[in-house]
Design a binder for this molecule. Structure first.
Ligand SMILES: Cc1cc2nc3c(=O)[nH]c(=O)nc-3n(C[C@H](O)[C@H](O)[C@H](O)COP(=O)(O)O)c2cc1C
Length: 430
């Protein structure tokens, strides 16, 4: 088990003037967190509120660092029943294996990063309502391994635990009267304004002091003690070299049959379909508004069969060069990398996602936009040469364009807003 920070032993529970309603707070938090970014907009996360005696006891033991229970009959495992005034509350963040991308091993890292980003927004929204993290522990395991089934409870776990969920971390939350750490309305507004901006950026440079602020550690919620490096490539040489790297190598991802079929399965061919499913992306999300004929042309061009046939005549390379053309004039490129444990752990991946959430929200609040370019991170040999070429410390987990949006309407440019499942869908009470 990864040792993480927990409250100091014997820390007294603060007195509470009123009974805080955790159910209302968590309901608000899932609405804020629902707008989190995720690879292919697959939303691979789940979150369990441990309310039943067994689940609560097991979660309490996990946060305290005790061995997983072999049986979990009876006991609250923590002072005060779940509904008692001043009772601590327990949440378990999970990866929903049914919703994960799986065509390439590296996509597992993107799943941890996506879940970490969601968990961070959730904890920040709870913090904004006075519920702060009093203890936190991550599941054991390496960055690229499937999560341990027997954590934080011996399989099969509490009766209501969804069988497709792999636990990532357990958190103890405590209400501090008047202890809101940030303004909920501002957080909600920034989370709603954040979006992936696939249109060109303005050529205007990003101010160095803004880049410095974005690169500073954030140290709250899941990002606490995260060993995440933030590198900004802004020089003309570096940006040209990165664009050349993308032009040369991003085609690998487009020509990889299983990876492309999986990507294609997230394409929704109408806004109504995207809204009904609540995930994936439409052509307009990717390319902006398209005329009917252009839409059909894209549909045909992106179909896995077309990709398979045209692979031999350099079509993936053409797509890579198109992507590079938008990378080249972007004023800054951001790389996030894991700089701590070697080899990195599952915990590092989740914390990396938390750091990404803070970074992306910070950029949004500063009027900036991001457009990730993951195609060159998804194959180990490409990632290694990227890390070498640009002297990236540790293991790169996220690469993105960063700049000012191309239109006055921050980040909109005629691109619609991506869809989500209902906010409460990933939340279970166990
Ligand atoms: C780890 C990660 C990797 C991503 N990689 C890409 C990418 O390579 N290309 C891209 O256009 N968007 C990428 N995205 C953005 C997602 O597609 C986007 O978050 C999702 O579709 C939801 O849209 P939104 O960010 O506008 O809310 C990535 C997001 C995450 C979290």
């Amino acid at each position: 088990m990864t040792a993480d920070w927990t409250e100091a032993p014997g820390t007294p529970a603060p007195a509470l003037p009123t009974e805080p309603d955790f159910g209302t707070a968590v309901g608000e938090a899932v609405r804020v967190a629902a707008r989190s970014p995720s690879s292919h907009n697959c939303q691979p996360w789940g979150v369990a509120w441990a309310r039943g005696g067994e689940a609560r006891a097991a979660a309490a033991r996990a946060v305290a660092g005790a061995a997983p229970a072999t049986a979990y009959a009876g006991g609250n495992g923590a002072a005060g029943g779940p509904g008692a005034p001043g009772a601590d509350q327990y949440l378990v963040l999970a990866l929903d294996r049914e919703r994960r991308l799986r065509a390439l091993p590296a996509l597992h890292v993107e799943m941890l990063v996506s879940c970490g980003a969601y968990g961070q927004l959730l904890l920040r929204a709870l913090g904004a309502q006075g519920w702060t993290v009093a203890g936190l522990r991550f599941a054991p395991g390496g960055l690229a391994e499937p999560s341990a089934a027997a954590w934080p409870w011996a399989a099969p776990g509490p009766a209501d635990w969804p069988r497709t969920w792999a636990p990532l971390c357990a958190a103890r939350l405590r209400h501090e009267a008047g202890g809101a750490v940030e303004d909920l309305r501002a957080l909600r507004a920034t989370a709603a304004a954040r979006r992936t901006h696939r249109a060109p950026c303005r050529p205007r440079p990003v101010a160095p002091d803004v880049l410095d602020r974005l690169a500073a550690p954030t140290d709250t919620g899941l990002a606490r003690d995260a060993d995440v490096g933030v590198l900004h490539l802004t020089s003309d040489d570096d940006r040209a070299a990165l664009a050349a790297f993308v032009a040369r190598h991003a085609g690998r991802d487009f020509s990889h049959g299983p990876a492309w079929r999986e990507t294609h399965s997230y394409l929704r061919f109408s806004a109504a379909d995207a809204a009904a499913r609540g995930d994936g992306f439409t052509l307009a999300d990717l390319f902006g508004p398209l005329s009917r004929p252009h839409e059909w042309a894209r549909r045909i061009a992106l179909a896995p069969t077309t990709m398979r046939l045209l692979r031999h005549v350099g079509y993936p390379g053409l797509l890579a060069r198109q992507l590079a053309r938008i990378v080249r004039p972007t004023p800054a490129l951001t790389v996030l990398s894991l700089t701590g444990t070697r080899p990195p752990t599952l915990a590092d991946g989740v914390k990396g996602g938390a750091r990404l959430a803070d970074y992306w929200l910070g950029a949004t609040a500063a009027g900036l936009v991001l457009h990730p370019i993951s195609a060159v991170l998804q194959h180990d040999d490409l990632r290694h040469s990227l890390e070498d070429r640009f002297r990236i410390p540790g293991r790169a987990i996220f690469l993105s364009r960063l700049g000012h949006p191309g239109t006055e309407a921050a980040g909109v440019s005629g691109f619609p807003r991506s869809h989500r499942r209902p906010a409460h869908a990933p939340l279970r009470t166990i």
